[in-house]
Design a protein around this ligand. Structure first.
Ligand code: DGJ
Length: 721
């Protein structure tokens, strides 16, 4: 890892172990992205970089007519100054113009990574593990200063970037676009890969060739959303799981976002990432600053699998924090699919008793314990115990006395129209004055952009967590935001609402884990509607999807794994009927394992399988949570069978899982493994067969006879001698 300034060439080169990112400072102060890709020894790239001759239609600064922002690979492109592609920054000055022009002023390089107060971000406690570059740029007319902040890490091919914008002038300006990053690549020979979805079908892999013009994804739902994940990749057209150049883009943010690629008239590609400019606007008074959320860039020359493994180790090491970053997570049972709203103290105690016999370690009481809530029509916001239904003290004492941990469900950013909170504070819901607020799942959104609202909700949560001993909180969020406005924001600041809402959520979650550092927080949003790196900075795990059908889960978990490690994916075995319990368990092992069923309804045989699964959960925990993932056969490539493996970092151990989705008659099935040490000899546990890593990877194993029937699964555990 290093960041080096070459004074003669006026280039700045950021190196990670295997990649280089090179910036150039042009005479006019234009900052250019000269190169991003596989690591290079050189830093004089001026002659190699693409700088097309200006066409007569391309505007130029009259002092620098050899240069046009219309064609140059601009590092942080602005609006209205001759770069007609999608821009990263647009500032409306006090004169009403939105023309914005940033020029290089100075830069500094230092070890460590600056904090980003109020925003989730990559971090490290050891400054020697990373280095940071700050480049100061300034618009001479509006006097807006942009500090571009990049960090590289010593053991990870990641470059993170965010921008601090400060009004250094004496007149208020308005940010109309303030994105976090831009990468300009010289060709359009890429496929754009994104993760689309909906409730119960999150993060589905989609791959499309780039075309001239704009393409991409965004969310204006107030959260990162089920519909699109704040992740994208640009993969060379022939790149596969294990081969080819791939750029990965991930945005550490949980609200409205855009990831937009544009192929221009020179067939070069720009990709920008940041807060979605729709409905965004931020007033910057003199002296005020705005900090964009952090963008994470990955480059791998080892295909999509290589890219994913870089994201996994980066997020495991530098995003997840707190006690549960390294500590083994408890194996839980959740009451939702077991009982929905229909429970009382004794029923939950009976779940805990049976769960204990099976080896489960924590009971989570889901929705339905507060206010007068027996269905989803009421009580969000009334975070006091429904004493008609529940004796919370007795429940928690019983659960703890069995040696189990106890968890509880909240949906803090919501308010039911039928709640005491709404009756006393009708203006606390998100609404536009004079319009009836829309309902979603019969609820309104609570305006957590307001400090008084946050205080109320936190003190309600605190009154439970301060009184009882609670080990885990599931934090849910079950609708998108419409009529986005806050009663406290003046009209000129209405464009700040969405971002202020997200900042409010972050403040609440940060306060919760700071005051209760031992608490395990799990985020959720109707399954995986807010499954993003922003949330992961507060909760080390997120409920992946409400869809617990193991066959449906395959495409959800494979898609999720493009960017997110196994350690963060909530995956539970439920009572769904599609496959047997073995397949359910084998699929759920790829995540933070748990159960979501009534344990008293399990047959003797099923209980036996659950006990075996609990043992496997412990046996494979380190391998799955600390190992490297290889997607061997992906659901987007094969409708009949899926396979994946976890390989320990020292390559001495591997767990291969295969699921037969649909049997193909008379088909010989060969599986080639990946990531093993070619020279090592691996023994397949239980069979005594031994093979070299080379044979397992290059010749493969004939698994035609395994998992013969639709929905069956099969595992191979390999240990090197
Ligand atoms: C949606 C979540 O995804 C479920 O797991 C459950 O917690 C329900 N909400 C409760 O309302």
């Amino acid at each position: 890892m290093s960041i080096v300034y070459n004074e003669k060439n006026r280039t700045i080169k950021l190196d990670t172990p295997n990649t280089s990112y090179v910036l150039g400072i042009h005479n006019g102060g234009f900052l250019i992205n000269l190169y991003y890709g596989r690591r290079l020894p050189d830093d004089n790239l001026w002659n190699l970089s693409f700088r097309h001759t200006n066409a007569s239609f391309s505007p130029s600064d009259p002092e620098y007519t050899d240069f046009s922002t219309d064609v140059a690979p601009m590092e942080y492109p602005t609006n209205g100054r001759g770069d007609f592609r999608v821009s990263a920054l647009s500032v409306r000055g006090a004169d009403g113009s939105s023309t914005t022009d940033l020029r290089y002023v100075s830069h500094s390089i230092f070890s460590g990574k600056p904090d980003m107060p109020g925003l989730p971000h990559l971090y490290t406690d050891d400054d020697s593990l990373c280095e940071t570059l700050e480049i100061i740029m300034k618009d001479p007319l509006t006097e807006v200063e942009a500090v571009l902040i990049y960090t590289v890490f010593s053991d990870c091919d990641v470059i993170s970037k965010h921008v601090r914008l400060t009004n250094r002038g004496n007149r208020t300006v308005r940010l109309e676009r303030a994105l976090s990053s831009c990468i300009d690549l010289p060709t359009m020979n890429y496929n754009l890969i994104t993760l689309w979805g909906r409730h119960n079908k999150e993060r589905q892999f989609e791959r499309r060739p780039l075309a001239h013009g704009l393409q991409g994804i965004h969310s204006k739902r107030g959260s990162s959303s089920h519909s699109h994940n704040p992740f994208a990749a640009l993969a060379e057209k022939d790149a596969t799981e294990s081969y080819g150049n791939v750029y990965g883009f991930s945005f550490i943010y949980s609200g409205n976002f855009t990831i937009c690629a544009e192929v221009d008239h020179n067939s070069s590609t720009r990709i920008v990432m940041g807060i979605d400019p729709t409905d965004f606007g931020w007033m910057l008074a003199p002296g005020e600053s705005f900090v964009t959320p952090e963008a994470v860039h990955v480059f791998s020359s080892e295909g999509l699998g290589g890219m994913s493994r870089i994201f996994h180790s980066c997020y495991d090491s530098y995003l997840i924090r707190g006690r549960w970053k390294n500590e083994k997570r408890p194996l839980l049972i959740n009451s939702w699919e077991a009982a929905y709203f229909d429970f009382d103290t004794d029923k939950l105690i009976s779940f805990a008793e049976r769960a204990k016999e099976l080896g489960i370690e924590m009971l989570v009481m889901d929705d339905g314990w507060f206010g007068k809530r027996n269905d989803d029509t009421n009580s969000l916001g009334d975070w006091f115990v429904n004493e008609k239904k529940l004796d919370l003290g007795r429940l928690i004492d019983s659960v703890h006395s069995m040696g189990l941990k106890f968890g509880i469900w909240y949906e803090p950013e919501m308010i039911s129209p039928d709640s005491e909170l709404y009756r006393s504070h009708p203006d606390w819901c998100v609404h536009v004055e004079g319009r009836k607020p829309s309902v979603g799942r019969r609820q309104y959104v609570l305006d957590v952009s307001r400090p008084d609202v946050r205080e109320n909700i936190f003190s309600q949560i605190n009154s439970i967590l301060g009184k009882y001993s609670v080990d885990y909180v599931k934090w849910d969020f079950n609708r998108n935001i419409s009529e986005a406005a806050s009663a406290l924001l003046p009209p000129e600041k209405s464009g700040e609402f969405f971002h202020r809402f997200v900042l409010g959520t972050y403040e609440l979650q940060n306060r919760l884990i700071s005051e209760y550092p031992d608490l395990l927080l799990e985020n959720c949003s109707g399954g995986g509607g807010r499954f993003d790196p922003g949330m992961l900075n507060y909760s080390p795990q997120i409920w992946t999807s409400d869809n617990t059908d193991p066959i449906e889960r395959l495409s959800i978990q494979f898609g999720t794994s493009l960017c997110y490690p196994a350690s963060v994916m909530g995956a539970h075995v439920s009572a769904c009927r599609r496959t047997g319990y073995r397949t359910k368990g084998d699929v759920a092992l790829w995540g933070t394992f748990g159960y979501e069923l009534d344990p008293n309804k399990l047959t003797e045989d099923e209980q036996g399988i659950v006990k075996e699964q609990v043992a496997e959960y412990h046996k494979y925990y380190d391998l799955i949570h600390a190992g490297s993932l290889y997607r061997l056969i992906c659901p987007w490539d094969n409708a009949f069978v899926c396979a994946w493996s976890f390989v320990s970092k020292d390559k001495r151990e591997a767990l291969v899982t295969l699921v037969r989705i649909r049997k193909e008659e008379n088909k010989i099935f060969h599986l080639m493994l990946e990531g093993l040490a070619p020279e090592a000899v691996y023994t397949i546990e239980g069979t005594g067969e031994s093979y070299s890593g080379a044979l397992l990877m290059y010749a493969g194993l004939d698994l035609s006879h395994c998992a013969q029937n639709d929905g069956e699964s099969f595992k191979l555990h390999l240990i090197a001698e």
